[in-house]
Each structure stands twice: as C-alpha cells, then as structure tokens.
Design a protein around this ligand. Structure first.
Ligand SMILES: [Zn+2]
Length: 133
C-alpha cells in the first residue's frame, strides 16, 4: 500500500526509483494472480480461482498502464557529481538521491547537478588541503 501512496504523491525522482516502486506494487499482485491460477486448477475452487485471476488481472493491467503514463513525464539525463553515473531524472525535482551511489544531489542556479551535502565540497582532496594547526 505504501508503494501506491508514494507513486501517487510522486515520491520518486528518477526512472529507476519509479521502477522500483512499481515492482513493489506489481510483485504481490503477480503472487495473488499465481494463487488464482493454482485455484483454477483445483476441482473445488475453480470459480474462486477464476474470480481472483480476473480481479488481479484487471489490477495488473491497470498498474501497467499507470506506470507507462508516469514514465512519460518529461525527464533528462544527468551525470552524478559524485560517481559520474547517468541518472534519468524527472523534471520539476528539486533534489534527488543518485541511483548508483545514493548520495544527495541538488541543482545550482543554472540547473546543473551539484552535491547536496556540504561535507563533500569541503572534503580535502589532498594532504595539502588539510588545515594547518
Ligand atoms: Zn552517484
């Protein structure tokens, strides 16, 4: 159920996050559909199995169509400033976590992706950058 509310509120920033939420939603439906198929194979509960298959089948198709609609939202490919991997990010997002290194990324005034945690920028890159005591 949490996956539905997350998808509904648009709580995903990248295509990969959308897919992960979608799979979380689809997995239980596929399991119930499978149970329905098994019930269809029994002699006593065929009718129950058929109803379960029909209901979950309709839900699965509905979720698929919804996913396709959500994926059509405009997005752009951005390189992560930490690990330089490519993220497919939906437009209108203020901040997101990288799909690969999971570190937070925000946008500067020009819309370019920059690290969101300040610790990264102030991290010394060599021993000469370390503060002298
Ligand atoms: Zn990254």
């Amino acid at each position: 159920m949490r996956a539905i509310t997350r998808l509904y509120r648009g709580e995903y920033a990248t295509v990969r996050q959308l897919e992960q939420q979608s799979y979380r939603l689809l997995k239980p439906l596929v399991v119930v559909f499978g149970v329905g198929v098994l019930l269809c194979l029994t002699s006593l509960l065929t009718v129950v199995g058929a109803i379960v298959c029909a209901v979950t089948g309709v839900l699965l198709v509905g979720v698929f169509v919804w996913m396709i609609q959500l994926q059509k939202r405009p997005r752009r490919d951005l390189r992560c400033p930490y690990c330089t991997n490519k993220n497919s990010v939906f437009t209108g997002i203020e901040q997101f976590d990288c799909d690969f290194c999971e570190r937070p990324i925000r946008f500067d005034e020009k819309g370019a992706p920059v690290p969101a945690d300040d610790s990264y920028q102030s991290r010394p890159t060599s021993v000469y950058d370390l503060p002298v005591k």
